[in-house]
Design a protein around this ligand. Structure first.
Ligand SMILES: [Zn+2]
Length: 113
């Protein structure tokens, strides 16, 4: 994983999550203008190929199975004002519903690229 510099998994404050919403929130933090432009480009939309690589690392770090995980880009992932975009990760249940994996309702993952 040549792009990835660090992976940090944190359990966030449940009270804060009452406002921000529950679930696994993945934030990709570019630490240089080069990694910023390879991740977001001029349109400020994520490069999905690179994002998928990062999502795989996040899923592995949580001990989940990649097969059952769906990700959704959200500009308001970390904050309703849009200052903290990211991916919401959810699991597809046996009933084919997307759900927050049990026990992972307040997880923040920050991956530096
Ligand atoms: Zn904000």
């Amino acid at each position: 994983m040549e792009h990835i510099k660090s992976v940090e998994v944190r359990r966030s404050d449940p009270e804060a999550r009452a406002e921000k919403g529950l679930g696994i929130k993945l934030f990709i933090v570019p630490d240089s203008s080069q990694s910023w432009s390879s991740m977001y480009g001029p349109e400020q939309e994520p490069n999905l190929e690179l994002a998928n690589e990062v999502i795989s690392v996040a899923v592995q770090a949580l001990g989940l199975s990649h097969r059952n995980i769906t990700s959704t880009w959200s500009k308001t992932c970390g904050c309703p004002c849009g200052c903290s975009p990211g991916f919401e990760l959810r699991e597809v249940s046996a009933e084919n519903e997307t759900v927050i994996p049990k026990g992972l309702e307040c997880i923040d993952i920050r991956i530096t690229i």
